[in-house]
Structures are given as C-alpha cells and as structure tokens.
Design a protein around this ligand. Sequence first.
Ligand code: SF4
Length: 418
Amino acid sequence: MQPQSKRPALVSPAGNMDKLRFAVHYGADAVYFGGTDFNLRAGSGNFNTEEIASAVDFCAQSRVQAIFLLNSFLHEDDIGRVKEYCSSIKHIPFRAIMISDPGMLLLIREAGISVPLHLSTQMSTLNHYAARFWQDAGISRIVLAREATLEEIRRIREAIDMEIEVFVHGALCISYSGRCLLSRYFTGRDANAGECTHPCRWKYAIMEENREGNHLDIIEHARGTEILSSKDLCLIRRLPEYAHAKVDAFKIEGRMKSVYYTANTARVYAEALSLLDNHDEFARKLPFWRRELELISHRPYTEDLFNEFEGMKGKKSVPTIKGARFLGYVVDTGRDETEIYMRVHNPISAGDTIEAIYPILDHAVRDRKYRVCEIADEGKIATTAQSGKIYRVRFDAPVHEYAIFREKTNSITTENDT
Ligand code: SF4
C-alpha cells in the first residue's frame, strides 16, 4: 500500500460543551455539533447561540474545525423560523455547516452565510453523479451513505474532486440511511426531525392474532433481544484501506453518547490515523485500540453494513456490551494537584480504586489507577458520590485536568446506556 500524502481528518461528535472540550483534547481534528433547532439530535445537550459562539472560539484557539449542523428536514412551517435562526448565527465563523435538506442550502445562502457546506449522510449519496449534482449545487464535502461499500467509495473518489467523508465508528440505523418512521409511528417523535426514540432497539414479542395478550417469547437469552437492532460500526482495523481510497475525513457517530465515549473514541482513532503510514506500529497498536473500543458501551461491532445485513439473517440477539463503567470526569482543578472537581456519572466511594484515562501523547499511554482518598459534597465530607452531581474528590496522586474515570467490568445489558 502506498503512503498517504494527506491523512484524513478525524471528525468527532460533540453533544455538549464538555464533550466538545474532551473531543478536542483527546485528538479530534474537527467536531460537529448542533444548536437548539434544526439538527438531527434534539435529545442531545445542544448549544444556544452564545454557547455556539464560545464553542467555535474554543475550536479556533485549539486549531480544530467547528462543523455546525443544520441537517434536519424542513416542513413548510419551519421556513420562517429557519430564516430567523440563520440570521442569529450568521456572524459566527464556522468552518462549515452541514445540511440535508436542499431548502436549507438555499435558506443559508439567502441569509448571506458563505461558509463551506457539507452534505449529511441522510441524503444517501451512493454514486458520483449524485455527488456531482451536490457539488454543482454548492456542496464542498459529502458524507457518503453508510451503505456505500469500500469499492463504491473508491470509484466515487476517482470520479469527483470534492471532499468525501465516511463514518468509521458508531451506531448504525436498521433503516436505509436513517430514513425511518418507526419512532414517529410509535411515539410521535420523528427521527427525521432529530427526535428518534430508538424503537428499533426496544424489545418485541410475537402474538398470534386471536390470542391477545399472549405474547410469544422470542428471547434467546435471559436478558431479552431486539429483533430489529443492528450492530455498531467499527472500522479501526480497516482504516488504512479507507484512507488509501483517499477519503478526506473519518467520522465518529454519537452526539448522544457520553464524555467517556467521545474522548476514548477520539484518542483511539486519532492515534490510529497518526500511524497510517507506519504499518508495523499500526499492527502493534491495533490490539490496544480494539481493547479500548471494547471498553466503551456498544453493540457487537461490525465492519460492513451490507455484509452485516446478509449475516444478520436468522440472528436474533444483539445485546449492548459495556466493558467498563464510566464513573465521571474532571470539571475543574482543586486546591492542589491531587484534588479535582468531578462530575460523577456512576457512584464512587471513598477507598475505591478506579482507573483514569488520558489523551495519548507521542504514542505514550498514561492511563493509571488511583485510590479515592476523600469525597466532599458542598464542603461536607461524604462516603459516596452519587451520579449526576459535582463533588470535590481527593486522590492518592496528581490528577490531570482532562482525566476521565472508569471501572472495568464485563457486563452485558440490553439497555442503551452510554
Ligand atoms: S428507530 Fe432505529 S432505525 Fe429508526 S431512525 Fe431511530 S435508530 Fe435509526
């Protein structure tokens, strides 16, 4: 395989400001995030106009690209609000804005916003004629459909001179390019307006039509099953092949996922991208990267959407795997370097030994174990820190301001707890 002249950029999800900061510090080249409206993750933290401006400012200082999402599909009644929204953000110097709806493209340009436009995977681009159509319409980067095979990506690359981005990691929709009405049908919340409730991952039962309430169990194991659910994408092993196809950017899915997921996927893929031309080192580090990706909450991994659908025939059980419990992360430093303020995600107690992960710098992994020496809740000493709050925590050794804490487990759950 020839060396890469230009390595692809790593594009990480940023569901809120904390996730954005951690994605940046753990190695992302670009982050994508949405405002309070018109993006496809209504349930993620999202940013108001002031937060958007400060996120873009933080990205500029960190030399990371800020990609803003205006990628929902618009109804007639949305048009007036989009005009107002565009006018409220037109002064913000995004690196790019991502859209799906062609109407949004026109509305952005009508508002006088001239930043480069990226096209979302939701538009299901699978051939170079479609890509050329979008290029003529003013799109500079296209996120190909997740259904595009490596061979198709290669052929599209050969035929066009615009930027190409592909997903390399994260959840897959069972429906074509995420165009799906399940959530709207069951709950009234429309996936195409960013409100998916993930019903493809719920538990289902079969019922004979004359025996109401007599649900036939289709569970294959004690924890249930989700018959429609797909696996998660993970292309870490195949990054060199995708990079060789001259893809410009690799994207990680998951704005709704945790700070821990955001940071750990960023550090793993960032290091892998930095070693694309060093085949021996890439092969040597691959087991570590795969182990780390096993330690985030995920469904069983797959490398190929099409092949996976073939392979899924007759399969019924797709549990979520959590190799590690996410305990919390540093939100501020304390009175000395052994003390921090920690946003707690799962409970910890004084005396616990927990692990911290850190960004990988110069290919050195500095992850280490700490003992929790003291916990304080609003000035009062506590024995346990509960999830969802910020505590002052003292450890037995210095802690870096970008530490993320976890505890390794081997649990399997059918819930989608990230
Ligand atoms: S219900 Fe499942 S398949 Fe449908 S949009 Fe949501 S995640 Fe995708």
